[in-house]
Design a protein around this ligand. Structure first.
Ligand code: SF4
Ligand code: SF4
Length: 408
C-alpha cells in the first residue's frame, strides 16, 4: 500500500534511479537559463537533487526505518519549494546531463510532491485550478471571447471531421496572430477540420501539470478527449508545444487508455502539406530569419526539422540559427508556469534571446510557441534592442496561396 507521507510517493522507479545517478558533476549548470540570470546556488539542478535526496534519506533511509523518520525543518522545505518552482522546466540540464536525467519530467514531479505537502504552488499559480474551473482557462478570461477576437472570417469549421484544431489558452488570449495564422494555413491547405465550441475548448491541463497541481487533470483530459471522439476526430492539431506535449505524453495516462486520435504540432502538418503540394507559397521574402526552438517542442516532442522545412521553403529567406538550437535550444524564459511568478527572470532571459537575434543581424525572430511569442514581446518592452517578432504560422499564412474552396 502507498504511504502518502513518503517523499518518493510520486516518483517512478526510473526517477529514483535518476536521483541516485546524479554525480554532482555540475555539467548542467552551463546550460541553465536561470543560472545565467540568477545564480542562487539553491536553484541549481545538482543542489535541488542533493536536497531532495536528503529529504528521502531523513524519512525513508535505513536509519529512518530503524529509529523512525526525522522531522525536516519547515524553512528548508520552503526554500526547496521556491527553488524547484523557479525553474522554467526547460529540460536543458537533462539534455546535457552525462547520466541522462530526464529533468523536464523530474522537476514537475518534485513540484507535485511539494504541492501535496502544502508548500507549493507559488503566488498566482495557486488560483489556477479555481480559475480554470470557472472560465476554462488559466487567464481568467471569458470563455465566449476565446475565439471571437481573432478567428478569421470566411473559414468553414465543420461539425464533425477527421482533423480537429485546438487553439489553446495562451494562443487564444495572448498570441492571437499565431492562432489566426494557424487557421488561415489550415484553410489554405484545404483539408476540412472541426473545432470544439469556445466553452468546450478548455485548458489542456499543462499549467496545472507544470505547477504540480494534478487534481483536475483527469477530468480535463476526459472532457476534451471524449468531445473530440464524439466529433469523429482522428488527428488533433495544435500550435502550442506545451499542449502538444501534455496531450501526446500524458493524456493517455489520465484518459486511462490510448487516445482515439493522434496529436501533432501544426508545423508537422504544414511541412507535409508543403511537401505534397497541398500548400503552395506564392510570395518571396528577402529577409534573414532566426528561428527559436521552443523547449517543449524540440526537447519535449522532438519537432526540430519541420519548422525549418517551412522557413527554408520560402523563396528569398536566409535562415540563420541561434548558437544554441535544436535539442540544445535555450529557454525564452516563459516556461514552467514560472513566467508570471518570476517575471524578472523571464524578462532577463527573453532579452538575451532578443540580444542574440539582433547581434546576428536577423530581420525577424520567428517563434512556434504562444508562450515564447508572448514572453519575448513582453521582454522587449522598454528595451533599446528591438526586433520584429513573428509566429511561424502567422508568417506562412501571409505568404501562401489561399484556398477559396474551403471558405463558407
Ligand atoms: S530545467 Fe532549465 S531552468 Fe530548470 S534547472 Fe534545468 S536548465 Fe535550469
Ligand atoms: S549534469 Fe546530471 S549528473 Fe551532473 S550535476 Fe547535473 S544533474 Fe547531476
Amino acid at each position: 500500500m502507498k504511504n502518502k507521507n513518503r517523499f518518493t510517493e510520486n516518483l517512478t522507479v526510473q526517477q529514483l534511479i535518476e536521483l541516485d545517478a546524479c554525480t554532482q558533476c555540475g555539467e548542467c549548470l552551463k546550460y541553465c537559463p536561470i543560472q545565467d540570470v540568477n545564480s542562487k546556488p539553491s536553484i541549481s539542478p545538482p543542489e535541488k537533487i542533493r536536497v531532495f535526496k536528503e529529504f528521502i534519506k531523513a524519512t525513508e533511509g535505513l536509519k529512518a526505518r530503524l529509529f523512525g523518520p526525522k522531522d525536516i525543518d519547515g524553512k528548508l522545505l520552503e526554500d526547496f519549494t521556491k527553488a524547484v518552482f523557479e525553474c522554467t522546466t526547460c529540460g536543458a540540464c537533462g539534455q546535457h546531463c552525462p547520466v541522462g536525467i530526464f529533468t523536464q519530467r523530474l522537476w514537475p514531479t518534485l513540484r507535485k510532491e511539494m504541492v501535496k505537502r502544502g508548500f507549493g504552488p507559488i503566488g498566482g499559480q495557486a488560483k489556477m485550478p479555481e480559475v480554470i474551473k470557472n472560465t476554462g482557462n488559466p487567464y481568467n478570461m471569458p470563455a465566449q471571447d476565446r475565439f471571437n477576437p481573432w478567428f478569421p472570417e470566411g473559414v468553414k469549421v465543420l461539425e464533425k471531421a477527421d482533423i480537429a484544431y485546438y487553439a489553446g489558452c495562451t494562443g487564444a488570449y495572448s498570441a492571437q496572430p499565431m492562432v489566426r495564422g494557424d487557421v488561415l494555413v489550415l484553410k489554405a491547405i484545404g483539408e476540412p477540420f472541426t473545432m470544439l465550441p469556445s466553452e468546450e475548448e478548455v485548458c489542456c491541463g499543462f499549467p496545472l501539470f507544470a505547477s504540480g497541481q494534478h487534481d483536475m487533470l483527469e477530468d480535463l483530459t476526459k472532457r476534451l478527449t471524449q468531445a473530440y471522439k464524439a466529433k469523429g476526430v482522428k488527428l488533433l492539431l495544435s500550435s502550442c508545444p506545451c499542449c502538444v506535449n501534455i496531450m501526446s505524453r500524458d493524456w493517455p495516462l489520465f484518459y486511462g487508455q490510448e487516445l482515439p486520435f493522434k496529436v501533432r504540432h501544426i508545423t508537422q502538418f504544414a511541412a507535409e502539406a508543403l511537401k505534397s503540394g497541398k500548400l503552395k507559397i506564392r510570395k518571396e521574402l528577402s529577409e534573414r530569419l532566426i528561428y527559436h526552438d521552443p523547449c517543449y517542442l524540440s526537447r519535449g516532442v522532438g519537432v526540430i526539422e519541420e519548422p525549418r522545412i517551412i522557413l527554408r521553403s520560402i523563396p528569398g529567406v536566409q535562415l540563420i540559427e541561434f548558437d544554441r538550437c535544436g535539442l540544445n535550444s535555450k529557454c525564452c524564459g516563459a516556461g514552467g508556469a514560472a513566467r508570471k511568478v518570476y517575471p524578472e527572470n523571464a524578462n532577463a532571459i527573453g532579452r538575451a534571446t532578443i540580444g542574440e537575434a539582433v547581434r546576428k543581424k536577423a530581420d525577424r525572430l520567428i517563434f512556434s510557441c504562444p508562450a515564447c511569442y508572448a514572453q519575448v514581446n513582453e521582454g522587449m518592452q522598454n528595451e533599446d534592442k528591438r526586433i520584429r517578432i513573428t509566429d511561424i504560422m502567422e508568417l506562412l499564412s501571409s505568404l501562401v496561396e489561399p484556398n477559396e474552396k474551403s471558405t463558407s
